[in-house]
Design a protein around this ligand. Structure first.
Ligand SMILES: C[S@@+](CC[C@H](N)C(=O)[O-])C[C@H]1O[C@@H](n2cnc3c(N)ncnc32)[C@H](O)[C@@H]1O
Length: 399
């Protein structure tokens, strides 16, 4: 089951970051008081939830009666129950977590986390010199149908929908946390991308995802192959992903650097939950295996705080540091609680040294950020079956 949470909205001012969201929760209730009316999932182009065929003269002569009306729901898509079931969030250790496909994603969806995601968006814009994407789209050659998987607060989808007004943009997520005021060509749906139930009626020419580390048991099966099947020939798939491990190019990071030890532990916990978080480096091969061609991989560095000398890097490091400090509790809490069975106060104590070390500018640590692109070949280029690598050309570069 899936549900649309907000579709066409006004084109007026879009408050950001921290916009009004459909899923903002009054603390402690576990229920949203201001959820949007859910719509059937096929409503992208008013398809196919329509009674048109019932009223068609050729079919309307006789409507067959349900012999046992008590046994079936009158409305297949019950707005209220869909909406409340996806927003009856799990509450755990002072944070809330998605309800739809409960337990699949180990990171919170409360206002604290949403604000962090909006600032993370700002950090990544800075990392990419204000770019949102690397696929070769322009106003002369715009995408027409865009899917943003795991859209989160929807900031990327909103900006891309504003940039390409003629495109239809769809953002999906497990949580109904997207803003209510969005461009009219943008639609948000609750959808678990791991399911085989990708019910989009028309193929996309651009599928994008970002920062979904920890969402997939198997990125190639869960996403890359399905994206391939749901793209038009010549369409692009773009995956932007953080590798959370801490790196250092000099000897300033000691082997017992607390953030490194914490993330080593989180890597183990995430693997135990079958949601690995060190997956960015596997994307390129996953795309090639899925049948994409022209596969490229760019690897960027993000300083963990303002340790760099050069002002652009320093600012990015300062922004990323604030993002890490805001996020660390949410990133660690569920994994350490669910896998290591630690209590909240134990986790908070555990994080104290990590917080301090994250801001220590004597340590020149950074994380890597991957941008992986692949194109679905045209039929005349399909010299091998999807899964083979013969037609794929790939490259890697570092900045
Ligand atoms: C870190 S957020 C990133 C959001 C957004 N892409 C961005 O860059 O800001 C990851 C999002 O993935 C969503 N997610 C996790 N597992 C998912 C799944 N199986 N299907 C769809 N969305 C999922 C989470 O609910 C969360 O909002």
């Amino acid at each position: 089951m899936s549900s649309q949470l907000s579709g066409a909205g006004g084109t007026g001012n879009i408050p950001r970051p921290g916009p009004s969201r459909s899923g903002s929760l009054p603390q402690g209730t576990g229920q949203s008081s201001e959820t949007s009316a859910a719509q059937p999932p096929f409503d992208i182009n008013n398809f196919p939830f329509t009674f048109e065929h019932v009223h068609d003269a050729s079919h309307s002569a006789r409507i067959e009666a349900d012999t046992d009306p008590s046994m079936t729901a009158s409305r297949q898509w019950d707005d209220e129950s869909i909406t409340s079931s996806v927003s009856a969030y799990r509450e755990e250790n002072g944070r809330t977590y998605h309800a739809y496909s409960d337990g699949s994603w180990h990171y919170p969806n409360d206002p604290w986390e949403l604000e962090r995601l909006d600032w993370q968006f700002v950090c990544l814009k800075r990392l990419f010199n204000d770019k949102n994407y690397f696929a070769p789209w322009t106003q002369q050659r715009p995408p027409r149908r865009i899917l943003d998987i795991a859209t989160g607060t929807g900031m990327w989808a909103i900006e891309v929908a504003e940039e390409f007004e003629s495109a239809t943009v769809i953002g999906t997520d497990l949580s109904p946390v997207q803003p209510e005021l969005v461009p009219p060509n943008l639609h948000f749906y609750i959808h678990d991308a791991r399911t085989n139930d990708w019910w989009w009626p028309d193929p996309f020419d651009y599928i994008h995802l970002r920062m979904t580390l920890g969402a997939w048991a198997d990125f190639e099966q869960d996403v890359a192959r399905k994206a391939f099947n749901h793209l038009e020939p010549n369409g692009w798939f773009e995956a932007q992903e953080l590798c959370p491990s801490f790196m250092c190019d000099d000897d300033s990071m000691a082997p017992d650097y607390a953030p490194k030890l914490l993330f080593d532990d989180l890597l183990d916990c995430a693997r135990a939950e079958q949601r690995p978080i060190d997956i960015a480096k596997t994307y390129k091969q996953s795309l090639i295996n899925a049948g994409f061609v022209d596969v490229t991989e760019q690897v960027y560095k993000i300083p963990i705080n303002g340790w760099p000398k050069q002002v652009n890097w320093k600012t990015l490091g300062d922004l990323w540091n604030a993002n890490c400090l805001d996020g660390i509790q949410g990133i660690a809490m569920a994994l350490l609680h669910r896998v290591r069975r630690l209590k909240r106060h134990q986790i908070e104590i555990h994080l104290m040294e990590t917080r301090r070390a994250l801001s220590d500018k004597r340590v020149h640590a950074y994380q890597k950020f991957y941008v992986v692109l692949g194109r679905k070949p045209r039929p005349d280029e399909m010299v091998t079956t999807p899964g083979a690598t013969a037609s794929a050309s790939a490259s890697t570069s570092n900045t």
